[in-house]
Ligand binder design. Structure first.
Ligand SMILES: CC(=O)N[C@H]1[C@@H](OP(=O)(O)OP(=O)(O)OC[C@H]2O[C@@H](n3ccc(=O)[nH]c3=O)[C@H](O)[C@@H]2O)O[C@H](CO)[C@@H](O)[C@@H]1O
Ligand SMILES: C=C(OP(=O)(O)O)C(=O)O
Length: 434
């Protein structure tokens, strides 16, 4: 298992470009299963989760042609569906959360899908009810095979219907949309997730011949079509990586430009950092974060303590709260962070407390951070990365800490950040992989 050794206290300056979005990549790559024609996708990030999904598709028989960096053509014309019954498939699904995204397309095109207990971060219970109830509404049946720890889903023909999702699940919406595009008749999905990556998936599906309207809203209407054809698609920059770089620039930056961010697609992300006092200048499609000797936490209009809480899009993504917590440790002022969507994502603050941060973990969902206003630098430490976003947050903390830190289990960071040490070292960091 690899680790990072980080020499802290070095100011970072220069320009960094975000990779293509992990969570969009997982959705649109799964969508290639919906057609036997070639689908070309560009700006695919070279990260563990995406590479694992591509390998899983290859195992199922999808032809994968690499045209250049991040540029692949996929063709799902000769699939080996027997692979879905193998133990190897079950094991590989367990390696990444994104494997659940194969269910919708396989069910829509072949009338059956198998899903193993998926992998991903251990950040609390992650139920799949929205996915299964959505498929059930379309006429599919599912049963669990307790011996193999898999669910089998089957339908002779999917039929469009109205459905109100039990929650605005991101991958749940993606799956139900991908199933509904080939269903007979019209499907209406209310309480759909509507984040930019769902929008992007819908745009790709329409380019493949689907008929989806209501994109960007929580009410999607999908008129089923007989079949889909090939298309080309470019993945957006990764907004979670952009947010991670804003946090890093605030903590240890000496003037950082984040290039080509698709600023309009970032929603409230920049404002969440601004609420901690971080200055972010918008320059075309770039963000520039100057060095700040101090950043001061805002308060609400009535003077009450600032709270940062996650919510389904267009609310603040839960995936950036860990980074916001680290930034808050050096702010002037206090902030309450309320992680509503996941149950176990805040426990990593213990590691920040070990490094000298002033944080009160109130309960599994809430913590209060009392910033040091840069009067007290964090101490270096040895820690393990419990999940992808805690991992990047700890890396940012280590960059700002006094002394040399070690982060173990960095496969968690590699799941979602491409060649992160080389990109940060180019800005002046000193991170080595051992
Ligand atoms: C591969 C992928 O795309 N992963 C993302 C996807 O995961 P994923 O699609 O698995 O997450 P879901 O949207 O299903 O749910 C995330 C969590 O939020 C809760 N929940 C969800 C909707 C809602 O209206 N209320 C609510 O409380 C769920 O119960 C769950 O605990 O979306 C999450 C939420 O943005 C992100 O953290 C993940 O990075
Ligand atoms: C929670 C995340 O990923 P996954 O859904 O793949 O576990 C994330 O990207 O922050």
């Amino acid at each position: 298992m690899e680790s990072f050794i980080i020499e802290g206290g070095r100011p970072l300056r220069g320009t960094i470009t975000p990779q293509g979005a992990k969570n969009e990549a997982l959705e649109v790559i799964a969508a290639v299963l919906l057609t036997p024609d070639p689908v070309r996708i560009t700006n695919i990030p070279d990260i563990l989760d995406v590479n694992n999904l591509i390998r899983l598709l290859q195992d199922v028989g999808v032809k994968v042609m690499r045209n250049g960096k991040g540029d692949f053509t996929f063709q799902a014309d000769e699939l080996n569906l027997e692979f879905l019954a193998s133990d190897k498939y079950v094991k590989k699904c367990a390696a990444l959360r994104g494997s659940v995204l194969m269910m919708g397309p396989l069910l829509a095109r072949f009338g059956k899908a198998v899903v193993a207990e998926p992998g991903g971060d251990k950040i609390g219970r992650r139920r799949l009810d929205t996915h299964f109830l959505g498929f059930k509404n379309l006429g599919a049946e599912f049963n669990s095979d307790d011996e193999r720890h898999v669910y089998n889903i089957e339908a002779e023909r999917l039929h469009g219907t109205y459905m109100l999702l039990d929650e605005a699940s991101v991958t749940g919406t993606a799956n139900v949309v991908m199933a509904a595009v080939l269903a007979e008749g019209t499907t209406t999905i209310y309480n759909a997730a509507c984040e930019p990556y769902i929008q992007q998936l819908c745009h790709l599906l329409n380019a493949m011949g689907a008929n989806i309207s209501g994109i960007a809203s929580n009410l999607l209407t999908i008129v089923g079509v007989e079949k889909l054809h090939g298309a080309t698609h470019r993945i957006l920059p990764d907004m979670i990586e952009v947010g991670s770089f804003i946090g890093m620039a605030a903590m240890v930056g000496d003037g950082i430009r984040i290039k080509d961010c698709a600023v309009k697609q970032l929603g409230v992300i920049p404002d969440a950092f601004r609420r901690l006092g971080v200055q972010i200048d918008v320059d075309g499609d770039d963000l520039y974060i100057p060095h700040q000797s101090h950043y001061v936490v805002d308060s609400f209009i009535d003077g009450s303590i600032m709270t940062l809480a996650d919510a389904p899009w267009p609310g603040l993504t839960p995936d950036l709260l860990s980074v916001l917590i680290v930034v808050a440790t050096q702010a002037r002022g206090s902030v309450l962070v309320h992680q509503k969507m996941f149950e176990s994502r805040l426990f990593f603050v213990d590691k920040l407390i070990d490094m000298g941060a002033q944080i009160i973990l109130c309960d599994p969902h809430r913590c209060v951070i009392v910033g040091h206003d840069r009067n007290k630098q964090l101490r270096a430490g040895r820690m393990s990365s419990p999940d992808i976003r805690a991992g990047i947050a700890l890396l940012i903390a280590a960059l700002g800490a006094k002394g040399t830190s070690r982060i173990d289990n960095i496969a968690q960071i590699d799941r979602g950040y491409e060649d992160i040490e080389a990109r940060l070292n180019a800005l002046g960091a000193k991170i080595s992989r051992v």
